[in-house]
Design a protein around this ligand. Structure first.
Ligand code: AMP
Ligand code: GLY
Length: 423
């Protein structure tokens, strides 16, 4: 069987390493992949959002199954194009991907179906948004979100009116996130512990995976700008059995039912970004895909074969499959390029990896997020360069092993958070 994974980050590397364990797969491809992924799969010179080129590659190479991992090809309708050609694949279609690609769609879905989330207002006119934040009766902080995709950076937490006005100006007038900022959501700030819960769903059944805790801010102490994620642990210590039951009843099942009722059943991996507030768990965001770096701690804990689960989702037979997890803990520390999430330089040689791009110590898994391989060496090629994951019986041990491995790796201007797992 020939399988193609679309994407090029640490998440895709984790998916590829998990799929590699399946004996039915004779050839794994990544489009476009990266330097480290190229050691586990064959990189295909196809941009992840170039649907015609992907279809051509798929037909030419007789690919049997495609995993569409990132948000932008999903939002662009890659799954619709594949289904039209009767090519089996994993991921939601364009209509279902709106749960992430439009924050307004997601907020209105939650309101209509009574799914707990922060109260909000929608604006497509910058002056009206400005008038709203200037009212005496609005309380701060307020959260301002671009409607569309913005690489996890389109959310601004404004402490006062001036910050809110600056945010509205940057998103709606200066178009900092392009057309994603044509409309915005202004919502209530929720305080509490954040939990990421990813779930496999075939549109009818839903099977959540082990919970995790992302660390979205760039610097220690949860300071600095929001990033795609600087490190993650699993399971999330705040996510108790009791909370899990509540989330299942009030959030997970209602969301799946709501999507079905709206005529766009969700098939794939649905990511629930939750805030555990004093009023109960609430949805901060949905993502229509595996999280990154969450996938880099979740898949190493998975005992069941990943391809089997994915095919059950495609065939709408998820109810028939039993998904099991090890009892271990996982920790992942992201090594990033200096300057990320703003501008950064690339092309620096990475020291401390073995010849396959893995850990020299052999006790951690190195997922490549943004690397290039040339002339026998690995070079930086992105903002989030490597994810260093360790698995152990306790969180403390997992963190110790992960940081030991982090200390053995170096590249110019490298930075990472030193407090993963402490929040
Ligand atoms: P999002 O892209 O919607 O996940 O937002 C990025 C991050 O901003 C989230 O992970 C939260 O840490 C924070 N955030 C988003 N919405 C809210 C909110 N309503 N209240 C508090 N924090 C929020
Ligand atoms: N780690 C957050 C995300 O994947 O969106």
């Amino acid at each position: 069987m020939k399988v193609l994974v679309i994407g090029s980050g640490g998440r895709e590397h984790a998916i590829i390493k998990a799929l590699k364990k399946n004996r039915r797969i004779s050839q794994l491809y990544a489009a476009p992949g990266n330097g480290g992924i190229g050691r586990d799969a064959q990189n295909a010179p196809v941009k992840s959002t170039d649907i015609p080129a992907m279809l051509e590659f798929t037909l030419k190479n007789k690919i049997d199954y495609i995993v569409v991992a990132p948000d932008d090809p999903l939002a662009a309708g890659t799954v619709d194009a594949l289904e039209e050609k009767k090519i089996r694949c994993f991921g939601p279609n364009k209509a279902a991907a709106r749960i992430e690609s439009s924050k307004i769609f997601a907020k209105e879905l939650m309101k209509k179906y009574g799914i707990p989330t922060a109260s909000y207002e929608i604006f497509s006119d910058a002056d009206k948004a400005a008038d709203y934040v200037k009212q005496d009766n609005v309380s701060f902080p307020l959260v301002i979100k671009a409607d569309g995709l913005a690489l996890g950076k389109g959310v601004i937490i404004a402490a006062d009116t001036d910050e809110a006005l600056n945010a509205i100006n940057a998103v709606m007038c200066e178009k900092k996130f392009g057309s994603s900022g044509n409309s915005i959501v202004i919502e209530e700030y929720l305080a509490g512990n954040e939990v990421s819960v990813l779930a496999f769903t075939d549109g009818k059944n839903i099977k959540p995976v082990v919970s995790s805790m992302d660390h979205k801010r760039a610097f220690d102490g949860n300071k600095g700008p929001n990033t795609g994620g600087m490190g993650v642990i699993a399971p999330n210590p705040h996510y108790t059995k009791e909370i899990e039951l509540l989330c299942n009843e009030k959030i997970f099942l209602p969301t799946i039912r709501a999507m079905r009722k709206e005529g766009c059943p969700f098939k794939g991996c649905l990511y629930f970004g939750l805030m555990l507030t004093p009023r109960g768990p609430m949805v901060i965001e949905y993502n229509c895909r595996f999280g990154d770096p969450e996938t880099q701690v979740i898949l190493p804990l998975l005992e069941t074969d990943l391809l089997e689960i994915m095919e059950a989702v495609t065939d709408e037979k998820l109810a028939d499959i039993n998904i099991s997890w090890t009892d271990n803990h996982a920790a992942c520390v992201i090594l990033a390029s200096g300057g990320y999430p703003s501008s950064y330089k690339t092309g620096y040689v990475i020291d401390g990896l073995n010849e396959t791009g893995s850990s020299k110590n052999g006790d951690a898994i190195i997922y490549h997020g943004g690397t290039e391989y040339k002339d026998g060496a690995f070079f930086t090629a992105g903002g989030r360069v490597l994810g260093v994951t360790a698995i152990a019986q306790s969180l403390e041990d997992a963190l110790k092993i992960a940081y030991n491995n982090v200390n053995a790796i170096d590249f110019k201007d490298m930075f990472c958070r030193r407090d993963i797992g402490k929040y």
